[in-house]
Design a protein around this ligand. Structure first.
Ligand SMILES: Nc1ncnc2c1ncn2[C@@H]1O[C@H](COP(=O)(O)OP(=O)(O)O)[C@@H](O)[C@H]1O
Ligand SMILES: CC(=O)OP(=O)(O)O
Ligand SMILES: [Mg+2]
Length: 409
């Protein structure tokens, strides 16, 4: 039995999933995550998936409690490296272990060089390390396990799948900043991120939409700890709110989103901030955390009575509604809006506020459906369909790995 392991390293988490290779199918065997890495709230969770014997389309899940996790050799880890080492040792000790055909990794920035999944060499890793300053919260954490595993398991292919790849075929206008041509030629362009998530939603949408519903002009709102939106025309990305880096666009958990670039100059020239100070401010101290002064976590803000929490939520939704209008402009109209990722999938009040501000675009929310996170949350006669679809970046990575392995055969 062959298996594919997927690692999705985020700023403070490592999500993982293990798939069995069964011809073209990839049944999920285990999934889980280490969260709160490098904070005082480290945690780990693991779920084992088995096929339901009565209905093989429905997997049944078994969630391990803390004691069972410890007996599996898994406990909360402090760093990304600790987490990956512990995971590999658990992986090695498992009963019913198969042969590892590949390890797939989410790599956030592929620059202009990488437009599809690739089996990595040490030279590739060196190239990708150069993009670390463009995604400081992600790229180093994505590359660290790759380097570690290349040493530990030199015979197992380490395959990178890129957040930027889905956006690589956007029209030039959507990619270009109004900067002198020589800077554009150097790669100072809008790349866009969360592409693995958009790819998954784009692939899933056709099975979700009823017959006759158009997929021509779609906006996907990926609202997680990082947040962006993507305009998708007939399955292809045509514009995104994220740009050269994953700072651009919507306000996020701790990131500012779009700012007047003159403000950055002001911080450096008049507030005596160094480049590093500004970087920390914009990546780690802004967004929901900065505006609320309370938390970067939407759950805490929604539960809080503090006016600052409400202000942060209002600003978040206002900016989201404005970006939807902007992307609808890029698409020349709108047929479907999809919410996904942590906030998009679970925060009904946030979706309600955003859709209310987009009513003029032809969206009508079904409050009851929204309240219980139904797949379709718009009323039957809403001109624009509004959907909630859970994303699955790990599955996109696993299927891209499988396609690459088959190509190499
Ligand atoms: N039930 C919920 N209600 C509101 N927000 C939620 C809920 N569950 C998760 N979230 C939000 O989703 C965020 C994490 O989203 P996720 O897509 O997992 O992010 P990432 O992959 O960037 O770490 C959390 O920070 C939290 O704000
Ligand atoms: C690119 C990005 O912002 O990713 P995440 O949402 O996982 O932080
Ligand atoms: Mg994410």
């Amino acid at each position: 039995m062959q298996e594919i392991l997927v690692l999705n390293s985020g700023s403070s988490s490592v999500k993982f999933a293990l798939y069995r290779v069964d011809d073209d199918a990839l049944p999920l065997a285990y999934s889980g995550h280490f969260s709160g890495l490098a904070t005082s709230q480290c945690a780990v969770s693991l779920t084992r998936w088995t096929q339901d014997t009565n209905n093989d389309a429905l997997p049944t899940a078994y969630h391990y409690d803390a004691q069972a996790l410890a007996s599996q050799g898994l406990r909360p880890a402090m760093t990304h490296e600790d987490a990956v080492l512990m995971l590999m040792s658990w992986f090695d000790q498992r009963e019913e272990k198969g042969t590892l055909a590949a390890i797939g990794h989410r790599v956030v920035h592929g620059g202009q060089t990488y437009h599809e999944a690739v089996r990595l060499t040490a030279d590739d890793v060196a190239v990708l390390e150069r993009f670390s300053s463009l995604a400081p919260l992600h790229q180093p954490h994505g590359l660290a396990p790759i380097k570690l595993l290349m040493k530990q398991m030199p015979d197992v292919p380490q395959i990178a799948c890129f957040d930027t790849a889905f956006h690589a075929h956007q029209p030039q206008q959507a990619r270009q900043f109004a900067l002198p041509r020589e800077l554009t030629a150097k790669g100072l362009i809008r790349y866009g991120f969360h592409g693995l998530s958009y790819d998954y939603i784009q692939r899933t949408l056709s099975s979700v939409l009823p017959d006759g519903a158009s997929r021509a002009r779609v906006i996907v709102a990926h609202l997680g700890n990082g947040a962006s939106m993507c305009a998708i025309r007939d399955g292809i990305s045509v514009a995104s709110t994220m740009g050269f880096t994953a700072l651009e666009g919507l306000p996020m958990g701790t990131r500012s989103g779009a700012l007047d670039p003159g403000l950055v100059l002001h911080l450096i020239s008049h507030e005596e901030m160094s480049v590093e100070d500004v970087s920390t401010l914009l990546y780690k101290r802004s967004g929901l955390l900065g505006v609320s002064g309370i938390s970067s976590d939407m759950r805490e803000l929604l539960a809080s009575d503090a006016p600052e929490a409400q202000e942060a939520i209002e600003l978040y939704c206002y900016r989201a509604a404005r970006e939807i209008a902007s992307l609808a402009g890029a698409l020349g109209g709108l047929d479907q809006l999809v919410f996904t990722a942590g906030i998009g999938e679970h925060a009904a009040p946030v979706r309600a506020r955003i859709v209310a501000q987009c009513e003029w675009l032809g969206m009508q929310l079904d409050p009851q459906a929204n309240g219980h996170h139904a797949e379709c949350i718009s009323l039957p006669d809403s001109r624009v369909g509004v959907w909630v679809i859970p994303t699955d970046e790990e599955r996109v990575i696993a299927s891209d790995c499988l396609a690459l392995l088959k190509e190499a055969d």
